[in-house]
Design a protein around this ligand. Structure first.
Ligand SMILES: Nc1ncnc2c1ncn2[C@@H]1O[C@H](COP(=O)(O)OP(=O)(O)OP(=O)(O)O)[C@@H](O)[C@H]1O
Length: 265
């Protein structure tokens, strides 16, 4: 359903020449699966998700969403994907119903099908009560529901949640995770990026741990526990980050030593 192969994104950098935000990251996600991208700030999660949703072009590597290549078929990819982030803008003057309807029209859903689809989505997300509430009067939780509704109105097979629980209180965050589980059970292919380990433990079938643009490990939690002989996921996460930092420092030292040697020669 979704496949990323050796995705790399680098930016020009005044000091180092190139800054690699994403370094040969690969993963695949099937229908009815929630795949987590877990990493601290700056790990490269948003960069990967922006490439998958065709907002950014990769420097190298390729990706397919619902069988369509992100570089050659961006239009088809956008129709196959729904994107939910923590900072989706909600129009103050539109009601929940009007906003979702507007997006349905943007996706080109014919009027006769759109009305039926709207009712189904509002029922699915339990949004009937906020149907006529204007954006300006919505709570953060209501806004997040509208963001999800407009991301799924065209019934895409792939859904991307980028730090979607950021800023939500525990009750609303819990409701969000429940909605995502239900979407998985309905057969959606879901990518869920977060820096919260508890969310991964609760929700994800498999996860990639990203750090400084690189994948440190990928697998289901039981697989990772067995591979690294560590049952506590939080311990495992920090251990991998620490080992990656040590490896990096070793490489920096080695590079410094070799340039000193060249200087002496
Ligand atoms: N346009 C850009 N030019 C230069 N560097 C960038 C650009 N966009 C992102 N970066 C850098 O790429 C790295 C990865 O950023 P990204 O937003 O993908 O991280 P993230 O894992 O989503 O973290 P966060 O939770 O902070 O958003 C960061 O160091 C960021 O500063």
């Amino acid at each position: 359903m979704l496949e990323a192969v050796e995705l790399t994104k680098s930016y020009p950098d005044l000091v180092t020449g190139q800054f690699v935000a994403l370094d040969r990251v690969s993963f695949s996600v099937g229908a009815g699966e929630i795949f987590g991208l877990l990493g601290p700030n700056g790990a490269g999660k948003t960069t990967a998700l922006r490439i998958l949703s065709t907002v950014l072009r990769p420097t190298s590597g390729h990706a397919k969403v619902n069988g369509f290549d992100v570089n050659t078929h961006p239009y088809e990819v956008r129709h196959s994907i729904g994107f939910v982030s923590s900072n989706t803008a909600i129009y103050d003057r539109m009601t929940a119903w009007e906003m979702v309807e507007y997006f349905g029209k943007l996706y080109g859903i014919p009027a006769d099908q759109l009305d039926e689809r709207m009712h189904r989505v509002f029922e699915q997300l339990n949004m009937q009560e906020i149907r006529d509430v204007a954006g300006a009067r919505m709570s953060t939780g209501m806004k997040q529901k509208v963001s999800i509704a407009r991301a799924i109105i065209h019934d895409p097979p792939v859904l991307v949640f980028d730090e979607a629980s950021l800023g939500l209180d525990v009750l609303v965050a819990r409701a969000l995770l429940n909605i995502i589980s239900e979407l998985r059970d309905a057969g959606k292919c879901i990518i869920f990026s977060t820096h919260i380990m508890r969310e991964v433990e609760r929700l994800c079938d498999r996860v990639s741990i990203l750090y400084r643009g690189r994948t440190l490990a990928t697998g289901s939690l039981p697989e990772l526990a067995a591979t690294y002989q560590e049952q506590d996921f939080e311990e495992l996460f920090f251990r991998l980050l620490h080992e990656s930092d040590q490896e990096r420092m070793k490489n920096v030292d080695a590079a410094a030593n070799s340039s000193e040697t060249v200087g002496v020669l």
